[in-house]
Design a protein around this ligand. Structure first.
Ligand code: FAD
Length: 75
């Protein structure tokens, strides 16, 4: 195989929040007290640590809730 390009490993301990049980208990779901405001992001209760997959999953879920609240906007 061709040689690998130059690479390096970067370790950043504070890149994300610590996914401890105590911190996980603080993560909110997508629904808020306001009917036209939904939360998304890796910091919400995604069931995953702070990852791209968690943020994408939460964005999909929030978008589904927006469409369910506004069926006339569904494509
Ligand atoms: C160094 C590092 C390495 C990582 N490596 C990986 C990895 O290998 N794999 C992986 O799955 N995840 C990795 N992650 C985690 C991943 O990047 C995050 O989980 C993901 O990007 C979160 O996406 P998000 O959309 O929830 O939030 P973000 O990507 O943080 O997006 C939030 C956005 O909101 C904007 N914003 C903030 N405040 C305001 C405001 N008041 N008004 C308007 N805009 C605002 C910010 O500028 C930002 O663009 C890494 C994170 C870091 C920091």
């Amino acid at each position: 195989p061709p040689p690998l390009p130059p690479w390096q490993i970067v370790r950043e301990r504070r890149a994300t929040f610590a996914a401890t049980p105590a911190q996980n208990a603080l993560r909110p779901g997508p629904v808020t007290a306001l009917k036209n405001l939904f939360l998304a992001g890796d910091w919400t209760a995604t069931g995953l640590p702070a990852t791209i997959e968690g943020s994408v999953r939460s964005g999909d879920r929030a978008a589904d809730l927006v469409l369910a609240a506004n069926p006339e906007k569904r494509p």
